[in-house]
Design a protein around this ligand. Sequence first.
Ligand SMILES: [Zn+2]
Length: 182
Amino acid sequence: MKQGGRRPLRQCVACRKRREKDRLLRIVRSVKGRIFFDPDQNREGRGAYLCPDAGCLETTRKRGLLAVSLKTSIPDGIFLELAGALKNRPHEAMGRMLGFCIKARKAVLGTQAVLEGLKRQKIGIVFISDQAAPGTRSRLNRACARASVPLAALQAAMIERSNVRVVGVLQGDFAVKLKEWI
Ligand SMILES: [Zn+2]
């Protein structure tokens, strides 16, 4: 297999473009002939790769390209799983970006800091965990509405610090990008 730079390249079965392996979805046929989606790309067997793109997924399904590549029939459930993986991707990316905002001090943590930031019009978007108390949620709801700032769901997987219930991203590029994703 050809190497591109330091990261190995693989070809999408649908569009035939070569991309870095870890940017593609991997589907595996195990030695025993089982077919499964391999999100961590570490399972043994023959692999086929696909862009994390709804168009490539649809082409693959319609034309039976996975079956061709893996030389076996493909259970329908695989396509559901792959479609789910597409849906989750923006979420993962959003989580990474939110984590980065926090590290780069482009976000404030905790209800008081966020309410204060909203009052001073410093916040571009607020994330709240479903673990937050109902009172906290309604206070933030009102404050966000007053400041015309969107309030989005904070998933546990989005940030490493699970004790954080409320994150306010400061106005700027990060907030703009995150708003596009919610
Ligand atoms: Zn593709």
